[in-house]
Ligand binder design. Structure first.
Ligand code: RIB
Ligand code: CA
Length: 311
């Protein structure tokens, strides 16, 4: 059976690997890609999405330009993690294709309406495009089959603040709209992505894989792993976005999860952008539709599949 997926992303080095993971699969149709500000400005992330789909052999996928800023706050970019060009300074050839006429929100809504209940959505950047799509089509949670979000830090620390993860912190208002909307939603938060890292051995193995796709990706990851090496104290890097892609297309990799409503802190002095779950040991009185928080995955299998996608 083919999985039909819309990818909303801010490429971004780990976004790039997520696109590689999906592009390598003959059982995955990437119906469209939306770009959003985040790791870089939206003009860069849109251009990168086009370049990456050409690198990974999916030049026909429509790419739509999305939000250039969050709903309320000013944008905050991450050149220290992903490089000024979002790809660790690696220059891919200029794309042959161009972004489509529709915005990312419009493209998502059109694709969801075309095949009600069949489209999956992978969101691995700030959730602004999804919030805009919900404003255009409030029935979106019923029209899409499943939404997998890379974002948040539920029990674990954040990565852009003590409690806040980048994708949620980059547009907390949009994230709150999405968590409230009632999607069938899997949350791939830092709780699992910071424990499912590409090791030094994995990075070395990738560097030995011949071919354009693996070679360029290895170059992106050299920049990205420098950042993570500093934080983690050894050569390794978190694979946030490819892990979310794997949860979507390889659901059997999930080995642990729990269900809880999630709310986003929109005010706190130290906690704005925090993903809040009521985890007290008694039935929650929160009536918000619960999401499934992924806690454990089959790590070796995931790392092997990620490498295979680049071979
Ligand atoms: O916090 C990690 C997330 O923020 C990833 O999606 C990364 O690409 C950045 O967007
Ligand atoms: Ca991302």
């Amino acid at each position: 059976m083919t999985t039909r997926v819309f990818v909303d992303c801010d490429p971004g080095i780990d976004d790039a690997v997520a696109l590689a993971y999906l592009s390598a699969r003959s059982d995955v149709e990437i119906a469209g890609v939306g770009a959003v500000f985040g790791n870089s400005g939206v003009e860069v992330t849109t251009d990168n999405a086009l370049r990456l789909l050409e690198l990974y052999g999916r030049p026909e996928v429509p790419v739509a330009w999305g939000a250039s800023r969050p709903l309320v706050q000013p944008p905050r970019l991450a050149p220290h993690v992903h490089g000024a060009n979002g790809l660790g300074g690696v220059e891919l050839p200029a794309p042959a294709g161009k972004p489509c006429e529709e915005s990312a929100a419009e493209l998502l809504v059109r694709l969801a309406r075309e095949t009600p209940g069949e489209l999956d959505v992978l969101a691995v950047g700030p959730l602004t495009n999804l919030a805009l799509a919900l404003a255009l089509e409030p029935r979106l949670p019923d029209l899409v089959r499943r939404l997998v979000v890379m974002g948040g830090a539920v029990r674990d620390p954040g990565n852009v603040g003590p409690h806040a993860e980048a994708n949620v912190a980059n547009d907390p208002e949009a994230a709150e709209v999405v968590f409230e909307a009632g999607f069938t939603l899997d949350l791939v938060a830092l709780d699992v992505t910071m424990r499912t890292v590409a090791t030094a051995e994995w990075l070395t193995e990738l560097s030995r894989v011949p071919g354009e796709r693996a070679e360029r990706t290895s170059e992106f990851l050299a920049f990205y792993s420098d950042f993570y090496t500093e934080i983690l104290g050894e050569r390794q890097c978190a694979m946030h976005d490819p892990l979310a892609a794997a949860v979507l297309v390889d659901p059997h990799l999930v080995e642990g999860s729990y269900r809880t409503p999630i709310r986003v802190e929109l005010n706190g002095t130290f906690t704005r952008g925090m993903t809040v779950a009521d985890l007290r040991p008694r039935p929650s009185k929160d009536e918000r539709h619960p999401v499934r928080v992924i806690t454990d995955v089959a790590e070796a299998d995931f790392l092997g599949r990620m490498l295979d996608s680049l071979r």
